[in-house]
Ligand binder design. Sequence first.
Ligand code: PLP
Ligand code: THR
Length: 370
Amino acid sequence: MASKVVDLRSDTVTKPSEAMRAAMAAAEVDDDVVGVDPTAQRFQAEMAALMGKEDALFVPSGTMGNLISVLVHCDVRGSEAILGDNSHIHVYENGGISTIGGVHPKTVRNNPDGTMDVDKIVAAIRHPDLHYPTTRLICLENTHGNSGGKCLSVEYTDKVGEIAKSHGLKLHIDGARIFNASVALGVPVDRLVKAADSVSVCLSKGLGAPVGSVIVGSKDFIEKAKILRKTLGGGMRQVGVLCAAAHVAIRDTVGKLADDHRKARALAEGLKKIKHITVDPASVETNMVFFDIVDPRISPDNLCQVLEQHNVLAMPASSKSIRFVLHYQISDSDVEYALTCVEKAFEELLKGGARLEPLANGTTRSSYGH
Ligand SMILES: Cc1ncc(COP(=O)(O)O)c(C=O)c1O
Ligand SMILES: C[C@@H](O)[C@H](N)C(=O)O
């Protein structure tokens, strides 16, 4: 049994590297509320340039990055945002755009590839009517988490951008994993998001920073975003400690994302050989692998419990599927080890040899998904 834990629950589990920790310790800092933290200022300028936008703002999380972005674009009561019915903003952010921002969500069905049909987006745009909210924003998500880490193409993004512009709307991209999309598509990240008025980029996922996201947009947008961040309690003080790690993440880890994608495809190919599983390796575009358990006697909870006994961590993604997420702290030998553990887990479960702890009052394990 491996002494180390092979953690495939998410790419949010990445731990800061030694280089990040050293940068954090050495960071030049100051109070970013009273004045300006110099390291934050440098990092924000770096990210604005990298993403091809006028300005940038470090925020504590992707959830706050999305919330701030939606609320800046939808700053008038009665606003509506068009977004995917399976999007992270709609499914996993506590309905914050509504409960905190009073913004009405207008969902459009997400296709399996993470897109929304453009004709359905257009149909969702409200025409002026006393009965209706006012559409002000369209939100995309790239890569699309609940669709298996699928990439939205630059052509599709530009098309939605044209629709937004022609209807006087703004476009926000939840770009939690935009660098995964850029690397997988072979499109420079600034080109991929050119049509967007704002982007929220997670530094704390596959890029490996300990905390945080960054939102990018126009100077006017970022000025409003900074005020809203403070309103939400996001005044960051000596935030250079975190921005120093984030700078190292951008410098050191973007170049490793292609390897994460390679390992994800290798994992999917290995899973395909296990008879109790259905998986489509060809559908793996980035760092996520979703697979179904075909034996109804075994639940994702069962399998995750037994995998955990073998030091492999994963999360159920639905009542019959499991999600594995690759990141640069998972090695090729970890992938091989995980595959042998999946096979062993099925053997143990089917022979009845696995000791399954009853889950507390029937709850399921924390899962990413429905
Ligand atoms: C697509 C997507 N957007 C936003 C978020 C939110 O980021 P955070 O967890 O930092 O709030 C996540 C996951 O965490 C995500 O997968
Ligand atoms: C759970 C979800 O919020 C997180 N972004 C993940 O993909 O793991």
